[in-house]
Design a protein around this ligand. Structure first.
Ligand code: NIG
Ligand code: FE
Length: 423
């Protein structure tokens, strides 16, 4: 009943709804004309969903006499949807600060990887870590992401590269899902690298005949929730043929295809993804014009990761060409031991400066379009009636400060709200 509600956020200087017509994604024109209401309030019910949003005076008279568990006065502040991080590798042990030093001294990502470092270094440490320690470090990373405004996050496995550790990682992700309020989309990424001592063909066979069947059993019995399948499609890692076979097998199990493509070399990953009906492809630094056209046509989202190009000093992906072609552009932090970034506001800032997104484009890419890339845009990614009540309250008179101010957002992000609860 209207007499008992969970949360009223009132008198915000601006509420950036992002969209207000039930759009499942935005392409360039929609991203450039985001829905924003001035002097506005939002109401969240006990079901955790948005009950009403609009001009403060309209909401005040509509909910006159209503009781709220919590009322936040957002005068002089702004509200944006909870941020969605569409790509992370947050389950691992053993940091790689020493490799950062090597890369600063000139080593490339693949040189470090081929010398047994990179993903292989993290695999060795993650294989020997206890499940309990992995849960603990994952939870503290996710809490840090939440403090930076992330309310929904994609989490990959992929530092096991064999059955037991891949399952351990997926269980760790499940356990975080059960104990933290942040929304999680879990991705099986057993094809993140070819494990040392195996050929790509052997690794592919292991995934198809051992890992995927076991995961399927665990999903069917309700012991595991897995949403997506990922492969690192890259020269010297998994070729297009293996990528195709693994992704198709995942799709046949009901997983969404969401994979790493066209990062360091043009592989025609984009065309492959479009052909397979992929929900999203990440990286795309080396995508071709044909690949861009195929993704636009197939409505396969491009998950761009500005931290990767930044830290590896790569040419950033051609975001403007993708937007002009009508591709659904989303953003992710790519949090991993190579790119240690937990902050979507930092990612939006980098996307604007390095990939020439506008601030509205960056916000749409980190909310509705990132939700689309995770198949969650029916319930997440905008401030619309019926959607989950996930909000970020920014202590600034215009929402763009969330992108403009960079580094040290402790003072800037005043509240993070998930299902109407302050977290
Ligand atoms: O998205 N490119 C492959 N995977 C990760 C890096 C993972 C790692 O280096 O540990 C990425 O950047
Ligand atoms: Fe990645």
């Amino acid at each position: 009943s209207a007499s008992s509600l969970r949360l009223l956020v009132k008198n915000a200087a601006q509420i950036a709804l992002v969209c207000n017509n039930g759009e499942q994604y935005l392409t360039k024109d929609g991203m450039q004309s985001l829905a924003v209401v001035e002097n506005a309030s939002v109401v969240i019910g006990h079901d955790g969903r948005i009950k009403a949003v609009g001009p403060a005076d309209v909401i005040a008279s509509q909910f006159k006499g209503a009781k709220f568990d919590n009322v936040l006065d957002a005068s002089g502040m702004c509200v944006v949807p909870g941020l969605v991080d569409a790509h992370t590798h947050p389950v691992w042990a053993g940091d790689r600060v020493h490799e950062f030093a090597m890369k600063l001294a000139g080593a490339t990502y693949m040189e470090v990887h081929e010398a047994g470092g990179g993903i292989h270094f993290t695999v060795a440490h993650t294989r020997s870590a206890s499940e309990q320690d992995l849960v603990k470090s994952l939870k503290s990373r996710l809490e840090r992401m939440m403090r930076a405004g992330t309310t929904m996050v994609e989490c990959k496995s992929g530092y096991g590269l064999e059955l037991d550790t891949e399952i351990k990682m997926l269980r760790v992700i499940d356990s975080a899902r059960k104990s933290l309020p942040v929304g999680i989309s879990a991705t099986y990424c057993g094809a993140h690298a070819v494990p040392r001592g195996k050929t790509m063909e052997q690794a592919t066979e292991d995934i198809l005949t051992i890992q995927l069947p076991k995961i399927k059993t665990l999903i069917t019995s309700g012991d595991l929730q897995v949403d997506n399948i990922d492969v690192f499609c890259e020269k010297g890692v998994f070729n297009v043929e293996s990528t195709h076979t693994i992704l198709q097998a995942g799709k046949d199990m009901g997983l969404n295809i969401n994979f790493h493509g066209d990062e360091l070399h043009p592989m025609n990953s984009a065309q492959l993804g479009a052909e397979l009906g992929a929900l999203a492809i990440s990286h795309l630094e080396e995508v071709t014009d044909d690949g861009i056209a195929a993704m636009a046509q197939a409505k396969t989202a491009a998950v761009l990761l500005p931290t990767t190009a930044y830290i590896l000093r790569l040419t950033p992906p051609r975001a403007r060409n993708m937007l002009d072609a009508g591709v659904i552009v989303a953003l992710g932090s790519d949090f991993n031991p190579n790119a240690y970034c937990c902050s979507m506001p930092m990612v939006m800032h980098l996307a604007c400066v390095m990939m020439k997104l506008s601030m509205p484009e960056a916000l749409a890419a980190s909310t509705i379009n990132a939700a689309y890339a995770l198949n969650r845009s029916q319930t997440h990614g905008s401030i619309e009636v019926g959607k989950q009540g996930d909000l970020v309250i920014v202590n600034a008179p215009r929402w763009e400060h969330l992108v403009y101010q960079f580094g040290g957002h402790q003072e800037l992000i005043r509240y993070v709200i998930i299902r109407g609860e302050v977290v």
